[in-house]
Ligand binder design. Sequence first.
Ligand code: SF4
Length: 500
Amino acid sequence: MKGYLHSMESLGLVDGPGTRTIFFLQGCPLRCAYCHNPDSLKRAGGREIRPEEIVTIAGRYRKYYGEEGGITFSGGEPLLQGAFVHASLELLKLEGYNTCLDTSGLGSPKYYSKILPLVDTLLLDVKAFSRESFLKLTTVDGFDSYLRFLNDLEYHGFRGQIWARHVMVPGYTDNERAMQDLVDILKPVRQRVDRIEVLPYHTAGVKKYREMGIPYRLEGVEPMDKDRAKELEIYANKRFAESLRQDRKAEEKKNQERSKLLKDREVASAQEKGEMYSTLRSLPLLNDVEEEDVDEVLSQVLLSKIKAGEYIFRTGDSPDFMYLIYEGEMKISFNSIDGEEQIFYIYRDGDFVGGLNLLVQEPYRYVGQALTDCKVVAIPKVTFDKYFFNSTVVLRSVLVKSFERIRWAEELIRRLSTSNASMKTAGLLIKLVNRIGKTTDEGIRLELSMNREELGNYSGLRRETITRKLGEFRELGYIELVGNKVIIIKDLEALESYVL
Ligand code: SF4
């Protein structure tokens, strides 16, 4: 395992918190007009270096790092050397170093999930705020990839802080409007942003271009006035703080609306409530709650009737409830950037969702929407923390559920990657047989809560395709269709032969 090093700074003060050793790696996919290291852009070249050597060098300067400092990987683009950076970060973390990655977000995506959990501070380069300006500045049509990187940081396991950095070139982004764009683009990662830095454009690199015989695209542009850049940096940080305040307000409002929906939908009839309480008393969920506390717990939970189509939670909702589906069906889905819905799970009576979110305090990533009229038991966070947090029954159930979901997700990936529509449709039907199939004299009866479009979203097919495939299976005698909501499986073996 080796990496390619362009240069190194033993003790630097500006590339991350505290005093740090900075490794500038060779290679970058971008060609920024202001790049002052054009000699670092080619992937080939640079000095070969091994991860073990990085750790040895870090050891040499460790005494200067203090509490905050450590190691920074910069470039070029360090994410281009994903395997090397990953191996180095692993070794550094074993030795307890603070780590920092300086990136423009365009590297080898297959390493993102390995690298990002090991990074304490991300120096996130924000080059431009639109596709056109990104292309103009970098000569690469990479804005969409950059936005994906930004959106998926949490998904890839990044849990550190972000220092967002923007190089300001006179005549390009040296105005308040651009600073607002800068704040807006950071929206998906706002909670992780510790500061915004504006770096004034300078012309120190021009000489290198002349020496290398490369045309300099910002020829004639004066260096950015440092005072004006500072002024705009302060402005951007103020706007950012304001956006955080607005986020918090919006979040509070959303939480209030969610609590209100649950309260507005509370089961009203005393008899119905009594029945629900007595079922809840018999659930293993309450096994570890002291007998004298059970009434208290039941008085704190909300028993709500949610209508088909209503949302129980949405992406980004804070983890302030865990939900138990008492009766009915709920779908858990996600809307892609292109607006396409992908259904991950269908939850039914006795399933619960949100336990892990409460345990690790992570917002909901997906959308929970009632497929049928549902009865839902919402357990507030305060109740969960007081009575369930240390319950082995609950922790075990959360673990089992998480494991089930991993298996489910693996199965989904397998199903989505199977190559043709027959396999996907057959796989979906078999899945439904296992979950809701009822053996009858006519065959295995599936009573669906999903319409054709949702069936498609659950199986990775378009509505027209799933409708066509079901028609074909019917003609082949594998299934019978009764209206839109009932399918009777006539020949399970034939369906299984598509997928097993
Ligand atoms: S991302 Fe950095 S190294 Fe790459 S071209 Fe731009 S300024 Fe140069």
